[in-house]
Design a protein around this ligand. Structure first.
Ligand code: GLV
Length: 311
């Protein structure tokens, strides 16, 4: 049998991955975090939030696979073995879930559903003023696979949509911006701001008081990227001052969100437990299986990431 596949995650037991691998590759030597056996057998590591230094303890590892589309959880390990390629899952199912998440909260805000829910509780037949779709400006921070899908879906619904990325990108139907000046421009015209940036050295803490102040008054913030992008005090201050009208947050600086955190009971905040896009082995495994075949045949890998840029 070929080398072992080590499944390093405490979120799920990995059995669906094992089944997907066996269906495609035949019997596999599949080891889980508490049953790793002889570490020298491990050829491929699948990881989500691995304990620091664990991956470096596999002397023969040939490929590291991030079980999320984001790789910050992996690059947080400062002892990753040098020169071992890192790939990530690319999953259309997960991408679709992420854009659904953004669409759901944006439309709920855009159509005043929370106000109507409050009116219903008060038995009040009250019609709210509304803003035309063509006047509700959407801004998407991050134009990778998820950001592009999200921006395209908003544009298809008729929302004026802008996007920002570190390097210049051109997308039909989307106003694109890049760099520091571009960020201020996109913020100033985002009535609904959606964060899908990768978490890197450059983007950690990017959502600070200045960024929130640059958004138009009444803007709504959706974070489905990483909690580490956000300065929580700055966000709470922007909500409490009335500058922001609300926020839908799926990701947090500390997860699970601590029980005493101000977000839980904040009247303007919706909290979800990092579910915007769930890794689903059914849709995510084909790309990983292709890479297992590639690495074993000495062929180039797909979905590799650059540890220097952090995505
Ligand atoms: C989830 O957060 C992911 O990175 O896929």
């Amino acid at each position: 049998m070929a080398g072992a596949i080590a499944y390093i995650s405490r979120d799920t037991d990995g059995q669906l991955w094992k089944k997907a691998f066996e269906a495609a590759l035949g019997p596999v030597d599949f080891r889980t975090i508490d049953h790793l056996g002889d570490k020298a057998d491990v050829e491929i590591v699948l990881a989500w939030k691995p304990p620091g230094g664990l991956i470096a303890s596999f002397p023969n590892v040939k490929m590291i696979v991030s079980l999320g589309m984001g790789v910050d959880h992996l690059l947080a390990d400062d002892r990753l073995p040098e020169g071992v390629p890192i790939t990530r899952i690319m999953d259309d199912g997960l991408v679709g879930q992420m854009s659904e998440y953004a669409l759901y909260w944006a439309l709920r805000h855009h159509r005043d559903i929370d106000k109507y829910a409050a009116s219903q509780r008060a038995r009040q037949w009250k019609v709210e003023d509304f803003i035309d779709t063509i006047h509700r400006r959407i801004g998407v921070l991050g134009l990778g696979t998820i950001g592009q899908d999200t921006a395209n879906k908003f544009a298809a619904l008729g929302f004026p949509t802008a996007g920002w990325s570190r390097t210049q990108k051109t997308l039909p139907g989307i106003k694109t911006f890049h760099g520091a000046d571009g960020l201020a421009q996109v913020l100033a015209q985002s009535d609904i701001l959606i964060n899908v940036l990768p978490l890197t050295r450059e983007t950690r803490g990017i959502m600070d008081a200045k960024v929130f102040a640059t958004l138009p008054k009444g803007a709504y913030f959706i974070n489905m990227a990483r909690g580490g992008h956000v300065n929580d005090e700055a966000l709470l201050a922007a909500l409490d001052s009335g500058h922001l009208s609300g926020a839908a947050l799926d990701v947090f600086n500390t997860e699970p969100l601590p029980a005493d955190h101000a977000y839980w009971n904040h009247p303007k905040v919706h909290v979800t437990p990092h579910i915007a896009g769930a890794t689903n082995p059914r849709t995510a495994s084909p790309g990983v299986i292709e890479n297992i075949r590639n690495i074993r045949a000495g062929r180039p890998l797909i979905n590799t990431i650059d540890p220097k840029s952090g995505y």
